[in-house]
Write a protein that binds this ligand. Structure first.
Ligand code: GDP
Ligand code: MG
Length: 162
């Protein structure tokens, strides 16, 4: 068993992925800010692979002023609990300055990072996927948490961790 932390800025689809992996609605998903809080842990199942997964939330309800500090503390907590981090970016919006802040935290602190470009169902978000290469965290996995695409690729990169 290993622990995977799902990290990234608000609204990239972390909780949607968490719910897909855990298969129960342990994390709230919402379009609106202020719905999910702090850290959630669940037992994930991806085909025959079992692991603990942590969803980082609690960033949706803070003001811009406090977002950076809170984001940093929460992400660092999750990173320290995890064997591997899944850094989720939004392929449709592309890489933002906030994504760069997360990338910096992960580069300095996380022993192992898997980069995932979410919302890439069909051929969507290809330019965002290309931008994600520029983060210097390796090849982004194209996934769709909502539609379940890219889950076997995710399993392939996670399997050696277990
Ligand atoms: P979080 O803030 O990172 O936890 O993001 P959520 O999981 O709450 O998702 C934010 C929004 O993105 C919601 O409206 C989701 O329905 C949407 N979303 C999540 N995953 C996908 C995806 O794979 N494709 C698309 N098109 N939308 C997604
Ligand atoms: Mg969330």
């Amino acid at each position: 068993m290993f622990t995977l932390a799902i990290v990234g800025r608000p609204n990239v689809g972390k909780s949607t992925l968490f719910n897909r992996l855990v298969g129960r609605r342990l994390a709230l998903v919402d379009d609106q800010p202020g719905v999910t809080r702090d850290l959630r842990e669940g037992e994930a199942k991806l085909a025959d692979l079992r692991f603990t997964v942590i969803d980082t939330a609690g960033l949706e309800d803070v003001t811009d002023d406090s977002l950076q500090g809170r984001m940093r503390r929460l992400t660092e907590r999750a990173v320290d609990m995890a064997d591997v981090c899944l850094f989720v970016v939004d392929a449709r919006t592309g890489i933002t300055p906030t994504d760069e802040v997360f990338a910096d935290i992960l580069r300095r602190r996380a022993p192992r990072v898997i980069l995932a470009a979410n919302k890439a169902e069909g051929a969507a978000g290809e330019s965002g996927v290309l931008e994600a290469y520029g983060l210097g965290l390796g090849e982004p996995l194209r996934i769709s948490a909502e539609h379940g695409e890219g889950m076997s690729d995710l399993m392939s990169v996670l399997r050696p961790v277990s």
